[in-house]
Design a protein. Structure first.
Length: 295
């Protein structure tokens, strides 16, 4: 099988440390992403090409639109809701996650097709088996769905929502669950694609409209595309070593936006883009409504 070769170019220079969690805010026409180590939130306006930056006091690992207005911020201590302008409002803590585990923090987070929010955790020192995966339902009830994780990372769902893809980075594979869109239950976890033959480790991921999975390879300098059957069919090459995650963006969802982390040689920490030749699936806003819970 011929593997398509693609190249990404700079979308916006950021000069960040650990850019992560890109999300497409269709209503506002912007890409939202965070700098985890730099404690900054960034919004890139698609039409004006302008970058807005907000400094935050707490480690924040994801910035996702909240259905009906406002934002969901995934922070070290859990989920915060910002009802207005993020710049002037740190948000209310509506779901506390692992507040008793001082050495843990949140990591990747993403909504399923019904608007439930999934949040992974990990130890600051990436200690093995210290992380978990949580599901926050629309009523803000929080359920621990999976434990004994090391670096809970990329997540995504097939178009019909019947399969959930997931990465625990040190395993060097993408796993798949059988998923119930009506209940949000993930079960029967099993290996889907072994990525150990490729350079780097799997990080964040996204899904396109054909059911293919795009996986950012940290320290590999690539984003790999696997078709719905798990076959490697395309490689996006970046001029930097540490892509961290990716999302389909733009009004037509026909651009693949890739966040990166800074490497020891000082390269990276910017955002890249390529034309993948397919359209993607949309970023789903969090559909939460309720008083909040703890986990």
């Amino acid at each position: 099988m011929t593997v398509m070769e693609l190249r990404a170019e700079v979308l916006v220079r950021v000069g960040g440390s650990l850019l992560e969690g890109p999300a497409w805010d269709a209503e506002a026409g912007r890409v939202l992403f965070v700098d985890i180590l730099g404690r900054r939130l960034h919004a890139f306006d698609w039409a004006s090409l302008e970058l807005s930056t907000i400094e935050v006091a707490e480690t924040t690992t994801a910035w996702i639109p909240w259905e009906g207005g406002g934002s969901a911020l995934v922070t070290r201590d859990g989920l915060r809701r910002v009802r207005g302008d993020v710049a002037g409002d740190p948000g209310d803590l509506v779901v506390s996650i692992e507040a008793d585990l001082e050495g843990n923090r949140s990591n990747d987070a993403k909504c399923d097709p019904r608007g439930r929010l999934w949040i992974g955790t990990m130890a600051d020192d990436a200690r093995p088996d210290a992380g978990s995966l949580y599901r926050v339902d629309r009523d803000l009830r929080c359920t621990r769905s999976l434990g004994s994780l090391t670096i809970s990372n990329g997540m995504g769902w097939s178009a019909g929502g019947r399969r959930m893809f997931f990465v625990d980075s040190p395993t060097r594979r993408v796993d798949v669950f059988d998923y119930r869109p009506d209940t949000g239950r993930a079960r029967a976890r099993r290996p889907w694609v072994d990525i150990s033959r490729f350079e780097g480790v799997p990080d964040g991921l996204t899904i396109d409209a054909e059911g293919a999975v795009w996986v950012a390879m940290h320290d590999g300098g690539t984003v790999l595309r696997f078709d719905a059957h798990g076959r490697h069919v395309a490689t996006v090459r970046l001029p930097v070593a540490r892509p961290t995650s990716c999302v389909f963006a733009g009004p037509e969802l026909d651009r693949l936006v890739v966040t990166t982390a800074r490497a020891e040689d000082g390269t990276g920490g910017d955002v890249y883009v390529c034309e993948p030749g397919v359209v993607g699936t949309r970023t789903v806003a969090f559909a939460g409504a309720g008083e909040g819970r703890s986990a």
